[in-house]
Design a protein. Structure first.
Length: 364
């Protein structure tokens, strides 16, 4: 918290000096943009288990019967013709859950990267540092997603990554292509004892203003050399703006990881998600989401049950924009599993779980 407050004071002071201070400093800092985001929430779990944490495979909005901050960050962005940089520090339950393996200060390091444009004629950039993941449709920033909570597949793929990325955007902005070298699967600090970098690719195609198609891949490992298991992963999603009120998305993931370091056998998992959104007015939106996650071998989610983790879900979400910078959301979500994996108040396991969550978002 002290780090975030210090960063806020430093960035706002710099911006104020740029506006009112020395002309040379004003010119240097004029490309600096300060932004902030806070999302507070309260959730209720109908199973009402002992404790205040939702199932272990949920990493966003994971507190139960407790008012909490999911994500709050302060970001400074700097951009000129051939150079760009971003720095953001954050706190909240999202940070505690997703950055649990990051030591010390890195546990609050939401984003920090610099980029150099490699061509004056082409939109070709080389970026390095910590940046949002190239995998998946849903992001950590709630206001950018159609539903309040994240899908199971989003919560169990990287939200962030660190390394270097080279990316090209075509002149007509229909194509974006990038290649990445990474410090593993959602890591800032590389995995202790691992000497192998990971790699990724992303291809985004927009054939028309209302259609976005994306393919992202990951190749690497999340384990030290002594127990290395190669992981291969592919994500595909499509966004379709059907008209000025209706929109739909589809998302499909498939992954494979070696069963053991010295075996050719692979453990597979896959997931799918579809969502539909209706926006009747500029201030209101309704969305529904259906999802299914199959990880029978427990690669990503170990349920220790006869059939492994096989879970479906359905969500219904309502958004109301109070002002241009204030958004209220409420969502009902139900999950069902083939095996008994959800814990109740009396410590018994059942096949289903239902949540209601509401949040308030402020951003500038």
């Amino acid at each position: 918290m002290k780090r975030l407050m210090f960063a806020a004071c430093l960035l706002t002071t710099m911006q104020a000096q740029a506006q009112d201070g020395i002309p040379q400093l004003r010119g240097f800092l004029s490309p600096l943009t300060i932004s902030g985001y806070v999302e507070a929430y309260y959730g209720s779990n109908f199973n009402n288990p002992v404790g205040n944490t939702r199932p272990s495979f949920i990493y966003s909005f994971n507190k139960n019967n407790e008012a909490a901050i999911n994500l709050a960050f302060l970001r400074g962005s700097y951009a000129v013709n051939m150079f760009r940089a971003n720095l953001a520090l954050a706190l909240g339950t999202y940070m505690k859950a997703n950055y649990a393996l990051e030591p010390g200060f890195l546990g609050n390091f939401y984003e920090g990267n610099v980029g150099i444009k490699l061509s004056r004629e082409k939109n070709l950039w080389l970026d390095a540092g910590v940046f949002p993941s190239h995998i998946g449709l849903e992001s950590a920033v709630g206001k950018d997603n159609w539903t309040l909570t994240r899908s199971i597949e989003a919560d169990n793929t990287p939200y962030y990554e660190s390394g270097a990325r080279i990316g090209y955007t075509s002149a007509d902005e229909k194509w974006f292509v990038s290649a990445l070298i990474l410090n593993g699967w959602q890591h800032i600090k590389p995995v202790e004892g691992s000497s192998l970098p990971s790699f990724g690719t992303q291809v985004t195609y927009k054939p028309s203003p209302g259609i976005t198609l994306n393919s992202s891949t990951f190749l690497g490992t999340d384990k030290p050399d002594s127990s290395r298991r190669m992981r291969y992963f592919h994500n595909f999603y499509g966004i379709f703006q059907l008209d000025n009120r209706w929109a739909a998305t589809v998302n499909f993931d498939i992954g494979a990881e070696q069963a053991d370091k010295h075996e050719e056998a692979m453990n597979l998992w896959f997931s799918s998600m579809v969502a539909l959104r209706y926006t009747p007015t500029v201030n209101t939106a309704v969305a529904i989401r259906g999802e299914y996650y199959d990880d029978r071998h427990g690669v990503m989610i170990a349920s220790n049950t006869p059939h492994g983790f096989k879970t479906w879900g359905f969500s219904a979400n309502f958004d109301y924009r109070l002002t241009g910078n204030l958004l209220w959301r409420i969502e009902a979500r139900t999950l069902g599993s083939r095996d008994d994996i959800f814990i109740t108040r009396n410590n018994t396991a059942v096949k289903g779980n239902t949540f209601i969550t509401t949040s308030l978002i402020a951003h500038f």
